[in-house]
Design a protein around this ligand. Structure first.
Ligand code: MG
Length: 173
């Protein structure tokens, strides 16, 4: 098994939709960014790429590339899941912490889990989404933006196959 960590942050901006974990959340401001600025999806994507040792989201989807302008970040996440599958990695579980002073994340956490789980091809019970405020401190506390942290565990299926083969050999089968 391999573990990866991802972090992302985006600044609030007027006239944008607030999309986190693929869920549109009613709020007076959205997040600024080249894509849909879904910090949760970006943190999860980076956690998966990190677990697989495949760099980061900026390497695979450069913000200078017009193709990703206003992109649906769940589609970028789906591309990374395909990339991992192509290398025989299977996502096991993901845990996300979203830090925002407002809006409250808790009421939307289950919807985000369900959306992310659908893309990751695992059950919502294996995708945890938790919300925290920053207790009024710093840039998050002043409501300037949102941060998201994610960890992801992936299984190296080739290594699992090798292990099973070795067990069969050891058992004399
Ligand atoms: Mg981002």
């Amino acid at each position: 098994m391999r573990i990866g960590h991802g972090y992302d942050s985006h600044r609030f901006a007027a006239g944008r939709k607030l999309i986190l974990g693929g869920v549109e959340i009613p709020h007076e401001q959205g997040l600024d960014g080249h894509s849909d600025a879904d910090a949760v999806a970006h943190a999860v994507t980076d956690a998966l790429l990190g677990a697989a040792g495949l760099g980061d989201i900026g390497r695979h989807f450069p913000p200078t590339d017009a193709a990703w302008k206003d992109a649906d970040s769940l589609q970028l996440l789906a591309k990374v899941v395909r990339l991992l599958e192509g290398r025989n990695y299977q996502v096991v579980n993901v845990d996300v912490t979203v830090v925002a002073e407002a809006p409250k994340i808790g009421p939307h956490a289950d919807a985000m889990s369900a959306k992310l789980a659908g893309v990751l091809g695992i059950s919502p019970g294996h995708v945890s989404v938790k919300g925290k405020s920053n207790e009024g401190m710093g840039w998050i506390g002043r409501g300037e933006g949102v941060a998201a942290f994610a960890v992801a565990l992936i299984d190296d299926m080739e290594a699992v196959d090798d292990l099973h083969a070795r067990h069969r050999r050891d058992a004399g089968a």
